[in-house]
Design a protein around this ligand. Structure first.
Ligand code: NAD
Length: 433
């Protein structure tokens, strides 16, 4: 099939590449000229494991193209995905201006029937707005489909090529059939394509993210109680995770959720509910707990130094909102570091992939950046582990000790063992024990 993907971010670029990998001819469109220029030179705008190789192979084989010009590819596309950003507006509801602008531009360039697919995460009712925007700008026949994306940054290629399920919300058999054909190569292992009405598909994505965010905030509250009553959240986690009704995934306590999805999607569900006259109390609490949790590690640091951090120097390991991505949107590291700086401390940070992102968009030259984890520790009073990249899991603690000035480790992801570190002479702080 000939496919167009509008928006070459984390979702669009992965989706476009994977559709090309399964034999389709794909053109990815973005309004960001710099991004497209770099893609033409083979430079990826994001870090995603496995994407570089897959993308280059499909470009070389002539199945994957990039452009800023809608006219280049919309006219003959049978399926057009809209995968642009849906950031939160001022009141927390999803800002649909990019989705609608993309839909209008698609419509202006259509020449025949196409299936237009909302891939972006959008509130219930958006497909109706997209339908109206398209209808106002073309005489061609078209169908609107909601096909929310469930990939996880850091494992996006695998998630896309072997999805747990594909959700398709459509209102015509014609569109549903085309989507089935397109996704058939991805569900050969028997995982389901779940068809439903458009509104239910739109809500399914939000419900999934809201449920996952709830699990995180719930476990973080259990961790906070653990610290007060002398229990250990890791032991509690193992105890409950073995119950098949609960399951062992997504039960790790830490510094709260971040990233470009959970925070904005939880807010968007709360606003959608409000607009429908419903008070979604659980999700309001989930959000409030997460805000406090992002501050928790800073409070531990501050308490350790009796509230005086002036002139103290901290090594921060990990900047991205989770391992295996360079994405720093809503990353807990930003909150921790901003509090440290405001309290008069100095920070040297290391991250395997997110340093450029941090410099350009988030903290600039307010902090120093190290070339490797050990360099970040030189002369530090304390080490703060924020993101659990694998390379941080087994450092040479003798070298850590030699490099640091103080011997304190604040472990925001519980990747170290208190007993081991205390035996080595460190003071150790973890979450929930
Ligand atoms: P992103 O910010 O990484 O990328 C969006 C891209 O769209 C940008 O490159 C931007 O320049 C481009 N764009 C904006 N307006 C455009 C237009 N009119 N025409 C062409 N390009 C345009 O966003 P993302 O992280 O890929 O997320 C996209 C959507 O997918 C969001 O709704 C998000 O909630 C959802 N989603 C994201 C993830 C994730 O892990 N990132 C997972 C599932 C769903």
């Amino acid at each position: 099939m000939r496919i167009a993907v509008v928006g070459t971010g984390y979702v669009g670029l992965v989706a476009g590449t994977c559709f090309a990998e399964s034999g389709n001819t794909v053109t990815c469109i973005d309004i960001d000229q710099r991004k497209i220029d770099r893609l033409h030179k083979g430079i990826l705008p994001i870090y995603e494991p496995g994407l570089d190789e897959l993308l280059k192979r499909n470009v070389a084989d002539g199945r994957l193209h990039f452009t800023t010009n809608y006219a280049d590819c919309i006219a003959d596309a049978q399926v057009i995905f809209i995968a642009v950003g849906t950031p939160p507006g001022e009141d927390g509801s999803a800002d649909l201006q990019y989705v609608i602008a993309a839909a209008e531009e698609v419509a202006r360039n259509m020449k025949s029937y196409a299936v237009i697919v909302d891939k972006s995460t959008v509130p219930v009712g958006t497909a109706d707005k997209v339908r109206a925007a398209v209808a106002a700008n073309t005489d061609c026949e078209f169908d609107i489909v909601s096909n929310p994306e469930f990939l996880k940054e850091g494992a996006a290629i695998d998630d896309f090529l072997k999805p747990d399920r594909v959700v398709i919300g459509s209102s015509t058999e014609r569109a549903a059939g085309i989507m089935d054909e397109l996704y058939a190569p991805f569900v050969r292992t028997g995982n389901p394509i779940i068809h439903m009405d458009v509104h239910s598909a739109e809500l399914t994505k939000y419900a999934a993210n809201a449920m996952l965010a709830t699990r995180i905030s719930f476990m973080n509250e259990i961790a906070n109680i653990c610290m007060k009553v002398g229990a250990n959240v890791d032991q509690v986690r193992r105890g409950i995770g073995s119950d098949a009704r609960i399951g062992s995934k997504f039960l790790f306590a830490g510094l709260g959720y971040g990233g470009s999805c959970f925070p904005k999607d939880v807010q968007a569900v709360v606003r959608t509910a409000q607009a429908a006259g419903y008070d979604f109390r659980i999700l309001q609490a989930v959000e409030a707990v997460n805000e406090t949790q992002k501050r928790l590690l800073f409070d531990m640091v501050s308490d350790h130094y009796a509230g005086d951090l002036t002139g103290k120097h901290f090594a921060v390991w990990g900047l991205s909102f989770k391992p295996n991505t360079d994405d720093m949107r809503e990353a807990p590291a930003i909150v921790v570091i901003q509090h440290l700086l405001a309290a008069g401390a100095k920070v040297t940070a290391f991250d395997p992939e997110a340093i450029e992102e941090c410099k350009e968009w988030h903290l600039g030259d307010q902090i120093k950046y190290a070339k490797n984890p050990m360099e970040a520790l030189d002369g530090a009073d304390g080490m703060i582990l924020v993101t659990e990249w694998n390379e941080f899991r087994r450092p040479d603690f003798d070298e850590v000790k030699r490099r640091m000035n103080g011997k304190v480790i604040f472990d925001g992801r519980n990747i170290y063992t208190r007993k081991t570190l205390e035996a080595l002479g460190f003071t150790y702080y973890g979450i929930g024990s």
